[in-house]
Ligand binder design. Structure first.
Ligand code: SAJ
Length: 424
């Protein structure tokens, strides 16, 4: 099939890069979002998210006229739904954005259109929820219009490369739908395009993120065992990983972001009796900030009245995304334990996190600190020179929760150095 126009619903971390890459490859793209601030910002050339290289792609796409942004869905040959799927307090998937995005397509749906759901969703969402809503148009999925699920699988920080180079899975409600999806994404995808059915594609996406969550959980659990047995976890992992079939990931502050810390719950919700390992892994990762807080408390010889300079708030290095961030949880736990927490997050210096005192420079964070706590290994934190930090703070203790710093260097600069299951 030949697609000339495309309407993408949701201008977030996935929708906006996808829209600008389609536009950069010649399609006429309408980038739609219900949030007027996002649309007005884009019209004024301002991006609400940070992703390396994205600004230029968006700017070029808008400038060329191939990308238009709008608060309303507009008719097009194809529609992509790229809205968030958060979870409720009880961890059930909140499909309200997927449902309202689907409903907004109904009045515009025409014979021969393609609709693709990209949002991570519980198994069977495409066939059991999206298809019946679109049927309200009087058209039938797979016959009058084509319907597919194609998960986004890109890594924040590398979105623009991975969009193009990663293999793409396209699950259709029938073969013709999957093939239409392939024709659309072939516009820019250089990786393999694998066709399957919609529910398999949904399951594949959830399995990928769940398996990563479980792998990080075992690394975090190993770090707790290592603390218990007085073993340096980093040395132990590096030795274990010499085995040809072992690849242990990195323990840390916990697992955050809108994907890995959320998606496994969709499987737990769908089959609680069966998905027991998945649930345990989630619980291990969710408890990691509290474990780190206990270690910091021990290293600081109590937290009451101490000032902690917390470096980093985002969910992982070199991104500005704070969603489900374990560093934010860590800040709150430390505060509850009686510490005064002063946070510097260079990628979002004014995140406005409730109850967290944020400052806009490293110097301000350090000035009254008793403890310097590294929570996120942003490149600029990795590169800090202990001798320079010494001249900016009276702090006696440094705690590196992510093993980014060299113990000997910090000790040489006069700090007492601690880390997660760290001996050397
Ligand atoms: N983390 C660790 N230890 C590690 C690796 C990661 O503690 O060894 C933590 C990170 O600090 C972060 C969290 O896990 O808090 C998740 O980070 P990540 O880099 O593993 O993944 P995300 O959430 O940025 O992106 C994931 C990717 N999925 C997989 O690698 C299977 C990406 O490909 C998906 O597109 C994305 O989720 C998504 O949108 O679903």
């Amino acid at each position: 099939m030949n697609f000339k126009s495309l309407c993408i619903i949701g201008m977030g971390y996935i929708g906006l890069p996808t829209a600008s890459v389609f536009a950069g490859n010649g399609l006429h793209v309408i980038g739609m979002d219900v949030n007027a601030d996002i649309i007005d910002g884009l019209k004024a050339g301002k991006l609400h998210i940070f992703e390396p290289g994205l600004r230029q792609w968006v700017f070029d796409a808008l400038e060329s006229g191939h990308l238009e942004v709008s608060e309303a869905v507009q008719p097009a040959d194809a529609f992509i739904i790229a809205v968030p799927t958060p979870f409720y307090e009880d961890k059930r998937a909140d499909l309200s954005y997927v449902i309202s995005a689907t409903q907004s397509i109904v009045p515009h749906l025409k014979l021969g259109n393609l609709v693709v759901l990209e949002s991570t969703s519980p198994p069977r969402t495409t066939v059991d929820i999206v298809a019946p809503i679109l049927a309200e148009s009087g058209l039938k999925a797979g016959e009058d219009f084509l319907l597919a699920y194609s998960p986004e699988r890109v890594l924040p920080g590398r979105i623009l490369q991975e969009l193009v180079d990663n293999p793409r899975v396209i699950g259709g409600v029938n073969r013709a739908s999957a093939e239409a999806g392939r024709d659309l994404y072939r516009t820019f995808v250089k990786g393999d395009i694998i066709l399957t059915d919609a529910t398999t594609a949904e399951m594949v996406k959830l399995m990928e993120n769940t398996s990563r969550d479980i792998n990080i959980a075992i690394a975090n659990e190993f770090s707790r065992l290592a603390e218990k047995f007085d073993v340096d976890i980093w040395e132990a992992i590096s030795i274990a990983n010499l085995h040809p079939r072992v690849d242990i990931l990195r323990p840390g502050v916990g697992v955050g972001g809108h994907c890995i810390s959320v998606d496994p719950w969709f499987l737990v919700e769908a089959a609680p009796e069966t998905a027991r390992l998945i649930k345990s892994a989630r619980e291990v990762n969710d408890a990691q900030p509290a474990f780190i807080a206990d270690l910091v408390e021990k290293a600081s010889e109590g937290l009451f009245g101490k000032t902690i300079a917390l470096l980093g708030l985002s969910f992982k290095p070199n991104v500005d995304d704070l969603r489900e961030s374990p560093a934010v949880k860590l800040a709150h736990i430390l505060k509850d334990k009686g510490a005064r927490v002063v946070v510097f997050e260079p990628f979002k210096p004014d995140a406005g996190i409730v109850d967290v005192q944020q400052v806009d420079s490293l110097e301000t964070a350090l000035i009254e600190a008793d403890v310097v706590l590294l929570a996120v290994a942003h490149d600029q934190f990795r590169d800090l020179k202990p001798q320079e930090i010494r001249s900016k703070t009276e702090a006696g203790v440094v705690f590196d929760a992510v093993s980014a710093w060299d113990k000997a260097d910090w000790e040489k600069a006069g700090f007492r150095f601690y880390g997660l299951a760290r001996k050397y």
